[in-house]
Every structure is written in C-alpha cells, then in structure tokens.
Design a binder for this molecule. Sequence first.
Ligand SMILES: [Zn+2]
Length: 184
Amino acid sequence: MHSIARASTATSFPTEQLLDATAASSRTWTFTNSETGRPVTVTCMQGCTDDHTQDIATPTHPIDIACWSDQDGDTTLPIDPNTGTVEDLAVLATRIQVDPFSQVVAHRLPYACVEIVQENYIAVDPDGLLSVINTLAGRLHAMRRTHADLVRVRAEYVEREARVEGHVDRIIAAITTPTAEVQV
Ligand SMILES: [Zn+2]
C-alpha cells in the first residue's frame, strides 16, 4: 500500500494547466496514519499542486492532510498595515483547498481560502485611487474564475468520493452539516 502514482510529477505544472488536466484529478498517494500506524490512501483534489512529499515521507495525523491549488495571482498594493510603514502586500489572493479528514466537516469538500484583512490602508490621490480600483477589478475578475474552478472541482470531488465505498457518509455529512465538528 505504498504506491505513489504520479506524485513526483505534481510540482512543475502551472495552476491553470493543472486545473484543466484530467490526469491531476486521479493522482493517488499513500501516507502512514501517525495514530494507527496504518496506510491511508488519498486521491488529490483536481488542481492540487502540493506534491505531498512530507505527508508521504513521515507518519502524519490525518487532520494535517490538505490539498490546495496555487493562489490565483500575486497582485500587490502598497499598503500601510496600520504601522506607519508602507509595504507591498498581496491582496485578495484566493486558492482552492480541501482537508479530507478535517474536524471541520465543511472543509472535507473543496472550499475557497481568500486572504483578506482589516486595518490595512492606502493613502492616494485621484490617480492613485483609480489605480487601486483597477487593481481590485482585476482581482475580482481572477476571483470569478476561481469561483468557477471551485464549483467544477467541488462537483468532481463529490462525484468521485461518492463512488468510493465508505466515503458516502463523509460527503453527506460535509454537505448537510457545514458547521458541525466531528471526530475523524
Ligand atoms: Zn493533493
């Protein structure tokens, strides 16, 4: 139970290519459950760009297993994070993630993780404000694409998991009790 199909090829694909690649949806690998010492086989979410090297190399608790896509951009703005010093900080970067054994049941299905914060400021003149608006418009466009990816990746994930014996209850729980926490 230590076959690692295609795991070694995962790191070199750009995100957009991976999200469209059907081969990525069937990437399967095995890790050792640190609690039980038994092998556990995981099939990656479509578009996962984590090569899971550490998960495979050392015994790992199932709740620490996660698949994720690359963030959908690295747009930055010159922001003062309320310190008086302006820094180039990434804004509204979004990625798709799934934690298949999470204690948060809703996270067992692919979800969006958006990097958002408060108390971060930009002081600008009119041209600067227009630049900020255009930058954020570009971010929103990218996020809409990520939303479409999330809908598709999640549907594929549900369909695949539902075919795996023993996973049906896990998927139903994730859909019907999004805020509940249960033991793995
Ligand atoms: Zn993965």
